[in-house]
Each structure stands twice: as structure tokens, then as C-alpha cells.
Design a protein around this ligand. Structure first.
Ligand SMILES: [Zn+2]
Length: 158
């Protein structure tokens, strides 16, 4: 028997031993999985595993920052979409292509902080409460900056 197969059997045994003495519910369908005999949910068939999780996930600041950065990135994307809709309804202004391409380029640029924020989520979660919320608050400055830049793009090419 390989180490991986042995580890898999141990994991399954630990799961079944845990559920033999504890009431718990399937995270997928909420079916009571107390005293199940295999590592799949009898109701929905989803594979189950036993894992360690933090008591308090500390994800609030990360989610708050992610919302702020997503809103920021959304401004130029929304703007490009609106300009494109107007293009099909009415005659576009002379700078239509430049406005849309600049907005889309700005959107792509604003995806970089989202990627950085996502990649560093474990560092953020490990940092202390003040630092976590400080960085979450900082991300909200990106909203007015994005809105102002989007407005400047419109004014510049119009
Ligand atoms: Zn289930």
C-alpha cells in the first residue's frame, strides 16, 4: 500500500470516527451525516473530508477590501458598457473608440490591485486586527480615484 493510499484510508477512518460520535451536517445539502458509513454524503453523493479550520476565519477585512477594489474596477467597465450601448442607440461622439479602449485598459489596470489583494490574503489574515482594517480602509480610496480617472478619460477624449 502506498503512503498516499494509506493516508487516504486514515483520513476516511478519522472522518467516520468523528461522525460516529458527533452530530454534523453535509456542507452541500445540510443532510444529517451522523453515523454515516462512507466518506460520501448519502443524500447528495458529495465527497466529504475532515479538515482543520480557524475558529474565527478573520475574512471580514479581506472581503471589505475585495468589495472596494471590485467597485473601483467596475467604474471603467460599466462606463465602457454604457458608451457601447449609446453607440448602438445613437451616433457616437468622435472619441468613442478611444474612450472605450481607455476605459477597458484602465479596467485591466485596476485588476492588478485585486490580484495583489487576493494573492496576499493569507498575510492579511495573519496580521493583527488594526493592520487588517487599516489596509481594508485604504482600499476604499481606490473608489474615488477610479471614478475621477474614468471621468477624466471621458473629458479628455470627448
Ligand atoms: Zn449532502
Amino acid at each position: 500500500m502506498t503512503d498516499q493510499t494509506q493516508s487516504s484510508h486514515t483520513d476516511q477512518k478519522l472522518l467516520l470516527d468523528y461522525l460516529a460520535i458527533r452530530e454534523d451536517h453535509c456542507p452541500s445539502c445540510d443532510y444529517n451525516i451522523h453515523k454515516i458509513t462512507s466518506d460520501t454524503c448519502p443524500e447528495c453523493g458529495e465527497a466529504l473530508k475532515l479538515q482543520v479550520a480557524m475558529k474565527t476565519p478573520k475574512l471580514a477585512a479581506f472581503v471589505v477590501g475585495l468589495i472596494a477594489l471590485s467597485i473601483s474596477a467596475g467604474f471603467p467597465l460599466l462606463f465602457a458598457a454604457l458608451i457601447t450601448i449609446i453607440y448602438f442607440i445613437d451616433n457616437p461622439g468622435p472619441g468613442f473608440i478611444q474612450i472605450v479602449t481607455s476605459s477597458l485598459a484602465f479596467f485591466a489596470l485596476l485588476c492588478v490591485p485585486i490580484y495583489i489583494w487576493y494573492r496576499n490574503r493569507s498575510k492579511l489574515i495573519r496580521s493583527n486586527n488594526h493592520a487588517r482594517w487599516f489596509w481594508a480602509c485604504i482600499t476604499w480610496f481606490s473608489c474615488p480615484v477610479s471614478l475621477l480617472t474614468t471621468y477624466i478619460i471621458l473629458e479628455y477624449f470627448q
